[in-house]
Design a protein around this ligand. Structure first.
Ligand SMILES: [Zn+2]
Length: 139
């Protein structure tokens, strides 16, 4: 018997035994932005799905996008409307930047983070490693 094979089998069994929630976090991915242009605006069709996956408020993500893209933006049910024509990859890049700053742990790189407060200061805290960092204000 190949012991390496046995080990892989064991790992596989451990993996399948993990709760769904953990597995999901292990493969954290932001859904790709589904955008289209309408007149002079860009509409993100799956904005709610994206912000839910990140575990952040749509209003906060929108504020960030609006600032980064230098364009007014608003929410409409599940969609975000940005008052500027934008390519899908530009929107996707900004969303990744958002996740890097506000979702992915700056210490351990996992996405199990929550927003909170520490001595009146807004922070983001990691539930996986206990690390935290000040939440950067969007000006
Ligand atoms: Zn962490």
């Amino acid at each position: 018997m190949d012991s390496r094979y046995e080990y892989d089998k064991l790992l596989e069994r451990v993996w399948t035994g993990l709760p769904e929630k953990l597995k999901k976090h292990e493969r954290f991915e932001i859904p790709a932005a589904d955008t289209f242009i309408e007149g002079n605006t860009t509409i993100i069709r799956n904005f709610n799905e994206i912000t839910t996956a990140m575990g952040r408020k749509p209003e906060h993500v929108l504020k960030f996008l609006s600032k980064e893209l230098a364009a007014p933006a608003n929410l409409e049910t599940n969609r975000a409307i940005i008052q500027r024509k934008l390519k899908t990859n530009i929107v996707g890049d900004r969303l990744n930047e958002y996740a890097k700053e506000y979702v992915i742990c700056h210490e351990c790189g996992r996405p199990d983070t929550k927003t909170g407060e520490l001595e009146g200061q807004k922070i983001i805290k990691c539930e996986a490693c206990g690390g935290w960092w000040p939440m950067r204000r969007i000006k």
